[in-house]
Design a protein around this ligand. Sequence first.
Ligand SMILES: C[S@@+](CC[C@H](N)C(=O)[O-])C[C@H]1O[C@@H](n2cnc3c(N)ncnc32)[C@H](O)[C@@H]1O
Length: 312
Amino acid sequence: MPELHLPVLLGEVVSGLQPPAPGLLVDATIGLGGHAQALLATYPDCSLLGLDRDPQALDHTRLRLEAFADRTTLVCSPFARMPEVLAATGSPSPVAVLADLGCSSLQLDSPDRGFSFSADGPLDMRMGTSGSSAADLVNTAEPEALMRILWDYGEERRARAIVRALVRRRETKPIETTAELSHLVQGVLGRRPGSKIHPATRTFQALRIAVNDELGQLEAFLEPAVRALAPAGKIGVISFHSLEDRIVKHTLRRLEGRTPMPPGPPASEHVAPALVRVLTRRPIRPSDEEVENNPRARSARLRIAERLGDSG
Ligand SMILES: C[S@@+](CC[C@H](N)C(=O)[O-])C[C@H]1O[C@@H](n2cnc3c(N)ncnc32)[C@H](O)[C@@H]1O
């Protein structure tokens, strides 16, 4: 087993997603199986479908959940394809769906996966095995596109200066490792004395989001996941930065029918029936004690909604 990934907001997830009846639980980001294990143990009449796009994570989780093998199905898939996976596995409408976004410790702490600016490894950052790596992106993308990525996904104000240095470097030699990239960024931004935050943090976050199309996945996942739920079923999403949380908050509000109507007489296509009731007016945040035990939990926000009657 790799160093254990501590599941975030575990008690809050397990109680908040209490299913209305025995049935299927979907963990759309099963990772190393911490949340899944607690859900299976707490709800013995439920079965669980676990998805992850990372085959390495599924190998670990299969072992971890051995005791629940008769109630568990694991599928390697991006979660945006959850409806297809439900259909292909002949699954019923889920009574609860969980998405715990972002990366697992297995990914962040393995230098060979290329997510870490503090340990050297190939500049990869793919959660799955397909698609372009971060090295492909930094060595081939147009400067303008790289600038947008750093600005939009990393809120990196010095995006222009970093991209200028990147382009200059790649003209002589491609950037292939995490250490090369983090040194390059540090060379541009310098390091504030006493700052605990590495200057490459925002650049690495931005590239990771782009490489894995994290926001596109989330947008494609949410509404179909809500529609797939059984009546009174629940969906819970844990996000780790404001870009993700904004998508979750706005999508659930829209599905709750709380999006302001455009001015003028109501047009029939605007009057969509509410699909959910949001159960968390404000997101649930980890306690100080949890953050102390698990600093990675510090930015977590959990939002939960309940599916209304079968109007979808
Ligand atoms: C924070 S970890 C989940 C940890 C898990 N809840 C646990 O208790 O061990 C997030 C996991 O989601 C997976 N993941 C992220 N985005 C995904 C996507 N779009 N489709 C499928 N899996 C995804 C990652 O590969 C990672 O294993």
